[in-house]
Ligand binder design. Structure first.
Ligand SMILES: NC(=O)c1ccc[n+]([C@@H]2O[C@H](COP(=O)([O-])OP(=O)(O)OC[C@H]3O[C@@H](n4cnc5c(N)ncnc54)[C@H](OP(=O)(O)O)[C@@H]3O)[C@@H](O)[C@H]2O)c1
Length: 429
């Protein structure tokens, strides 16, 4: 029996993810899964002299991308460097040359997925990106193939582990946002610069990818409405609990009347729903298909080991040379109309402070009534006797976003209103 030739692998990036992937590929038992030896031939980094947690064979590390590009012994390249540039340029060059690529880079896939797919198609290369959404949770593969028989109407997800960790701490321990963020940073769940996570952009990239695949269309990050979690306060969690809800950063994409609506924002979720129970750094994606009904994918949405699981799974699929392309690919079909946020219809939670005096509630109710918004409950919370104000927590029946925003503007014009703390959407079960 002749021994199979080695699979030549190139790796871009040797950071948190790349190091874990490299260590696994260098483990001799990995060859068993591939049915042939795996040779890690080149690893691209920025700093050749930085300390590394994994020992590479001599001559493998490089800071010159052409060493990877021009190595004819490399069959597949894994991109784990992150960021838009130069990753986009590197991937484009590789795919155009016919080299298949596995990437974990949600930003590049969300912004340039269709162009990269076109480059791959024209050269016969393949691009896989399971690790770009939900870390180790298999979700790209199921949307591309396993759920293909379904007409998918919605995707609802918790796809940012950093924010879910912060929100879990705020919910369970009553922490302020800043304290929960600091804890997340100390434990390595949040980056030193957490802006992409806490402002919702990371989740936007991931939702754009999921929505594009679920609805067989192209949803760009610019088309996703985005609000982060920085304005949430401990009081919101306390009041949400009293009303029977949890607060989560949700990424929701729906197909409504032939259009797509995609949004990332904090929302109240009934505490008995599955997504409300997703805690800490875990992620979950709920897909609603016409045949299968609701399916929930739950697991570790980040971290080196789960992400390596997705990356090496993609590598295995490419190495097996599965000739059937995925059933759905980003950019395969044209865009659908985007349904604007003002047309959203949902329930709302509003927390305000107002003068603690007779007639105030009537003025507030009128501001809602003028926009045909019907109130579900008005609860007066803590009163500040010295300031003469009280906190009011208001929930509405389903209303249009445009009407709600107009009512909010009218409320802000009332002299009795002293503060608008938070307007949150209530997601139906
Ligand atoms: N961390 C997670 O839990 C997670 C989960 C899912 C997906 N991802 C994705 O995986 C990717 C990598 O994330 P990470 O956390 O491993 O990042 P990281 O720790 O910052 O590592 C990035 C690596 O890429 C190298 N690199 C960056 N820019 C480069 C350039 N211009 N030229 C050459 N090398 C360059 C760095 O080199 P030096 O070491 O020399 O600086 C480093 O080795 C990102 O796309 C991320 O979104 C991460």
């Amino acid at each position: 029996m002749t021994e199979k030739s080695a699979l030549g692998v190139g790796l871009l990036g040797l950071g948190v993810i790349g190091s874990h992937v490299a260590a696994r590929l260098l483990d001799p038992t990995t060859a068993n899964a591939f049915g042939r030896p795996v040779e890690l031939r080149r690893v691209l980094v920025r700093r050749l002299d930085a300390p590394r947690s994994v020992a590479l064979p001599d001559g493998v590390l490089t800071d010159d991308f052409t060493d990877v590009l021009e190595d004819d012994g490399i069959d597949i390249v894994i991109e784990a460097m992150g960021g838009e540039h130069p990753a986009l340029d590197h991937l484009t060059q590789l795919l155009s040359r016919g080299v298949s690529v596995v990437t974990a880079n949600k930003e590049v896939v969300a912004k340039h997925g269709p162009a990269l797919m076109a480059a791959a198609r024209s050269s016969g290369a393949r691009l896989r990106y399971e690790a770009s959404v939900g870390g180790g949770i298999p979700i790209i593969g199921p949307l591309q193939d396993d759920l293909l028989a379904n007409d998918i109407s919605s995707v609802r997800a918790i796809i940012n582990g950093t924010t879910n960790y912060i929100l879990t701490k705020m919910s369970q321990e009553g922490l302020a946002f800043g304290d929960a963020l600091r804890q997340a940073q100390e434990l390595g769940y949040a980056e030193p610069d957490p802006a992409n996570d806490i402002e919702g952009r990371d989740a936007v990239y991931k939702l754009a990818i999921l929505a594009s695949l679920a609805f067989h269309t192209t949803v760009t990050p610019d088309e996703v409405h985005c609000e982060g979690i920085t304005a949430l306060e401990a009081d919101d969690f306390q009041y949400a609990h009293e009303l029977g809800y949890e607060i989560k950063l949700l990424a929701i994409a729906q197909r409504i009347d032939g259009a797509v609506q995609a949004r990332v924002h904090p929302a109240l979720l009934h505490r008995e729903t599955m997504l409300a129970k997703v805690e800490g750094p875990f992620n979950a994606v709920e897909v609603e298909g016409d045949l299968v009904g609701p399916v929930v994918f739950h697991g570790r949405g980040a971290g080196p080991a789960p992400t390596a699981s997705a990356i090496i799974g993609d590598l295995l699929a490419l190495a097996r040379g599965e000739d059937s392309a995925p059933g759905v690919q980003m950019g395969q079909r044209g865009p659908l109309p985007v349904r604007p946020m003002r047309e959203l219809e949902t329930q709302y939670y509003l927390r305000i402070s107002a003068a603690d005096q007779p007639g105030v509630l009537a003025q507030i109710a009128r501001a809602f009534g003028d926009h045909t918004i019907s109130l579900a409950s008005v609860i007066q919370k803590d009163a500040d006797d010295r300031a003469g104000t009280a906190d009011l927590v208001i929930t509405t029946h389903p209303a249009r976003e445009a009407a709600m925003q107009a009512a909010l503007e009218d409320l802000k014009g009332l002299s009795v209103l002293t503060a608008v703390h938070n307007l949150l959407r209530v997601e139906a079960a």
